[in-house]
Ligand binder design. Structure first.
Ligand code: PEP
Ligand code: MN
Length: 673
């Protein structure tokens, strides 16, 4: 290359630099315009960022202009694609910033794509809720729920039932998980259209895309078109987009009219559904409950399971009937872990905080193993129908409290909690006995035989031990639990064992019949919350420094998670007195009896700390009216690895049972066997 051409090159490069500068300036101007459009979309209730019709127009224009100038339309199309993607991401950022600005914008997740029925219903619902909705589509219900849980969106709108197909099992499953709150509802009138490219002919269609449910709802229409093949797409909005993108007149979608219009499709036929009336009910879900004006007509959603005995469901329904509570949905779903047992989904009219419903919920608790209020929300007038307005009151929590209102005290009976097949809180007194800790196979097998022979009906034994000193025996953990269960089975007794950590709850609940919360963990709220999710009864021990009210509040944590099976245990509290390990607060028994309807048992062993004191304290507890007792007893107390001073010898246990029987007889009660 000679020096002259090198100079020319320099000039050309300068020219290119200048053109690039202009290109960037133009790009900047273009992005400013894109932002103006973004602001307009935000004002328009979060209108869709992606506008395929407009993008198609641009592609066509660019191709024409590029070719007219002698450029390759292939390469210019690639540049345009990048520019459009940059523009869209800028508008998405704008929407996110609008949320951050506190402009009352709400990110709302849904399953599907833009212009699906869920997406359309979001716009409808937020038009009446107020605030701007920024919809975000997810490919599956599970991903949408994860999006809500991780905080990626503020709400989720999920379809829960359809007037033709019934409920959507996967959505019910997420509701049952207890992680979400229902904060609103809405109804969408589904009108399926057949939509194709402009100029498409119904008789020439070969493929019909739609959501499988929509296809199932258009069976008669599909049968009338034998030459067209139905193909499932995960959502009706996506079906319409696919038809628009494929540009083939032999393909059509079954979708909403709005989706057809948005994607530039022509409605070839309206009302292609088999039923003229097709309604889908959607629930708006949040991470937590929302304040709701008690004067507004409300609905409440519950998930519950009832005791496995005759008439339990009828009793629940009877409570609602007697209190004039109108049910708007009652459905059941199998509980996979417990074959042929069912979870019930109940929606009813009224606010869970109204006096009316609080009383009803308080009463049905007695018949439920599991009861969770998953939300009270505005009753949207779904169709012209009377909305029953119960009397309202402000204040107390949505889940019926453990503490009974004074008026209910006199008539309420203690509720029975079933530990496997042993009823605690019923007419008979229940004795639970066993060693402090599971130490080895021989020890727990002989302990099980010993307590069963002497009249205990539940075997205790710690596999995870909460020890004051880190150098003391800490328990055998899960292998110890296996031994305990094996020993219990061998003598036909259900077992109770302590769980220390939230992460162990699932594993312990898989085999123990009842899970114990020790005194040291009574206010371990993470543990209590986890126990709220299980289906096993909980033996909740009073903390050493806990008041009775705090004990009840701890029980409330378990209830709030849904689990309604809690047995309270008085095990001694720390006072200035040092001659006993703890001071057994016998008065807690009648006081708790006054305040709640839960079974109450006593633990004389941990209160006494000394074997000689266990029997007198045990008698005091039974005389005070406890529903049962848990005592430590070891086949060879002197060899015990844990709490040996308080462990009863086999013969002490024998005497305890004899004395107990006499007291119970005087009270007109019996020892359960
Ligand atoms: C126990 O029952 O083994 C126990 C540790 O009791 P507490 O939590 O009452 O001390
Ligand atoms: Mn102990």
């Amino acid at each position: 290359m000679n020096s002259a051409s090198r100079e020319d090159l320099g000039d050309v490069r300068k020219r290119i630099d200048e053109l690039d500068r202009q290109l960037i300036g133009l790009l900047k101007d273009r992005m400013d315009a894109v932002q103006d459009i973004g602001s307009a979309k935000n004002r328009d209730q979060g209108a869709a960022v992606f506008d395929p019709r407009r993008e198609r127009e641009l592609r066509e224009k660019w191709a024409k202009d590029a070719e007219a100038q002698g450029l390759s339309s292939f390469h210019t199309a690639r540049i345009l694609r990048e520019i459009l993607s940059y523009s869209r991401s800028e508008q998405v950022d704008q929407q996110t910033a609008a949320v951050a600005d506190g402009m009352e914008s709400h990110r709302v997740g849904y399953q599907g794509e833009e212009l699906s029925y869920s997406h359309l219903c979001i716009q409808k619902l937020f038009a009446s809720r107020g605030g701007r909705a920024l919809p975000r589509g997810y490919e599956s219900f599970r991903k949408a729920v994860e999006g809500l849980q991780s905080g990626e969106v503020d709400y989720l709108l999920l379809p829960v039932e359809n007037s033709i197909c019934g409920s959507i099992p996967e959505v019910n499953q997420h509701l049952a998980s207890g992680q979400l709150s229902v904060v609103d509802e809405d109804l969408w009138i589904v009108e399926h259209c057949l939509a194709g490219l402009p100029g498409a002919e119904v008789n020439n269609l070969q493929v019909l895309h739609s959501h499988p449910v929509a296809l199932a709802q258009c069976q008669e229409f599909l049968a009338s078109m034998p030459s067209a093949r139905a193909e499932a797409v995960y959502d009706t909005g996506a079906a319409a987009r696919k038809v628009a993108e494929e540009g083939d007149r032999s393909i059509a979608a079954i979708c909403s009219e709005e989706a057809a219009e948005h994607f530039g499709l022509e409605v070839l036929r309206r009302s292609v559904g088999d039923q003229p009336k097709n309604l889908t009910r959607f629930l708006l879900l949040g991470r937590q409950e929302e304040e709701l004006d008690l004067d507004r007509p409300a609905k409440t959603s519950l998930v519950l399971s009832v005791h496995h005995r005759r008439g339990a469901l009828a009793e629940v329904l009877q409570v609602f009937a007697e209190r004039d509570v109108n049910l708007t949905r009652l459905e059941s779903r199998p509980i996979p872990e417990s074959p042929f047992e069912y979870l019930f989904f109940i929606d009813l009219e009224g606010h869970a905080r109204s006096e009316h419903l609080r009383e009803a919920l308080q009463e049905i608790r007695r018949h439920c193993n599991h009861l969770k209020v998953i939300g009270s929300y505005p009753a949207r007038p779904l169709e012209a129908r009377d909305v029953h307005l119960p009397p309202v009151e402000t204040g107390p929590p949505a889940v019926a409290p453990v503490v009974k209102p004074a008026a209910a005290l006199a008539k309420a009976k203690t509720r029975e909690v079933m530990v496997s097949d042993v009823p605690v809180g019923g007419a008979d007194f229940v004795l639970m006995a066993g060693p402090c800790a599971v130490e080895n196979r021989d020890q727990i097998m002989s302990a099980a035989a010993m307590v069963a022979e002497r009249g205990a009906s539940i075997l205790r034994g710690g596999a995870f031990k909460p020890r004051t000193s880190p150098y003391s025996f800490q328990g055998l953990g899960f292998p110890g639990l296996d031994l305990l269960v094996e020993a219990g089975r061998a003598v036909g007794l259900p077992v109770v064992t302590e769980v220390l950590r939230p992460e162990d709850v699932e594993g312990v609940a898989a085999s123990a019949d009842m899970l114990q919360v020790g005194a040291r963990n009574m206010q371990n709220f993470a543990l209590l919350k986890e126990l709220g999710k299980t289906r096993r009864p909980i033996l909740l021990k009073r903390g050493m420094s806990a008041t009775i009210k705090e004990l009840l509040q701890a029980a409330e944590y378990v209830f709030a998670g849904g689990n309604q099976q809690v047995i309270l245990c008085e095990r001694g509290i720390r006072t200035f007195e040092t001659s006993t390990r703890s001071t057994l607060d016998v008065s807690a028994v009648p006081v708790l009896r006054e305040l709640c309807d839960l079974p109450i048992i006593i633990d004389p062993s941990h209160a006494a700390g000394r074997r000689e004191l266990v029997l007198p304290l045990a008698m005091a507890g039974a005389a005070a009216g406890a529903d049962g007792m848990i005592v430590e007893s070891h086949p060879e107390p002197d060899a015990a690895l844990c709490d040996k001073e308080q462990a009863l010898h086999p013969e002490d246990l024998q005497s305890l049972v004899q004395l107990l029987k006499a007291i119970l007889a005087a009270q007109g009660r019996r020892l359960y066997c």
